[in-house]
Write a protein that binds this ligand. Structure first.
Ligand SMILES: [Zn+2]
Length: 50
């Protein structure tokens, strides 16, 4: 408890929030992953959103 944060990844094209996962607080890097977006119907860049 306390050292994990929930990160949400949203589609860069339609802004849909498609994925969540946990990570440690210490890693402050910005995530950007290629993920499948159901709203777009294709793989798009997904970025961390708050
Ligand atoms: Zn999308």
């Amino acid at each position: 408890m306390g050292d994990r944060v929930i990160v949400t990844l949203g589609c860069a094209e339609c802004k849909n929030k498609n994925y969540t996962f946990q990570r440690g607080k210490k890693k402050e890097f910005k995530l950007e992953l290629k993920k499948f977006c159901q709203a777009c119907g294709k793989s798009t860049a997904h970025k961390e959103v708050k």
